[in-house]
Design a binder for this molecule. Structure first.
Ligand code: ADP
Ligand code: AMP
Length: 219
């Protein structure tokens, strides 16, 4: 299956992607994680991306589309993938269609996670990420680690993302509404969108998401 996850920052895309990718046996591809890995390795791509991420803006398409394409064309993604955080504007959505079409492929569905803005602000404010594995995501209140600052799954150090500060979050939400939300209509026109509520426990949202994807793939 080739699926796109969409939803505001803090909706729970990364959290859900870890479970969905496992259930569906496809790789989780997060452009945000790819940028953060490049930043921690000090690559030129990471240096370029960092200035935009710090400001809560989108990294330019010339950088982002090539990076996403390279990742999607790796061997483990031949049978499908779960995209998280890509595409994030119409130009990226059109580029993705072209990339898939060139290989005779298409998307199977777009899962839209709906969460009220006051909830995403609370989720982002308490988010803690694992330095060793970006799939290990915690929250100081909603999903606290057993030992403060330490990942339950692998013992990695937990940290707060630099772009999770209040000002940057406001900017990221603005960018989501102006640049990313239009892709939902773009995909609706292709009949690909399933919208679910991302409120409730993580496991409940995963069940809702799996049921929605099964309905979508059966239709
Ligand atoms: P996104 O990838 O959409 O930015 P994350 O998956 O990183 O979002 O989740 C943002 C924060 O919200 C994290 O701290 C995560 O632990 C928390 N979170 C995710 N899903 C839920 C949920 N269903 N209920 C409460 N908190 C959640
Ligand atoms: P995320 O981890 O998805 O919250 O993304 C963190 C930041 O990385 C975003 O605020 C952007 O600056 C950048 N980013 C991630 N994905 C993309 C994308 N598809 N296009 C442009 N910028 C992106």
């Amino acid at each position: 299956m080739r699926i796109v996850l969409v939803g505001p920052p803090g909706a729970g895309k990364g959290t859900q992607a870890a479970y969905l990718a496992k259930n569906l046996a496809i790789p989780h591809i997060s452009t945000g994680d790819l940028f953060r890995a490049n930043i921690s390795q000090g690559t030129p791509l990471g240096q370029k991306a960092q200035e935009y991420m710090r400001a809560g803006q989108l990294v330019p398409d010339e950088v982002t589309i090539g990076m996403a394409k390279d990742r999607m064309q790796q061997e483990d993604a031949a049978g499908g993938f779960l995209l998280d955080g890509f595409p994030r504007n119409l130009a990226q959505a059109e580029a993705l269609d072209a990339i898939l079409k060139a290989d005779g492929q298409r998307l199977d569905g777009v899962l839209d996670l709906e969460v009220p803005e006051d909830e995403v602000v609370k989720r982002i404010a308490g988010r803690r990420m694992c330095r060793k594995d970006s799939g290990h995501i915690f929250h100081v209140i909603y999903n606290p680690p057993k030992t403060e600052g330490v990942c339950d799954a692998c013992g990695g150090e937990l940290y707060q993302r630099e772009d999770d500060s209040e000002d940057t979050v406001r900017k990221r939400l603005e960018v989501y509404h102006s640049e990313t939300e239009p892709i939902i209509d773009y995909y609706k026109a292709q009949g690909l969108v399933v919208t679910i509520s991302a409120l409730g426990k993580v496991g409940e949202v995963t069940e809702r998401a799996m049921a929605a994807l099964e309905r979508e793939s059966a239709s």
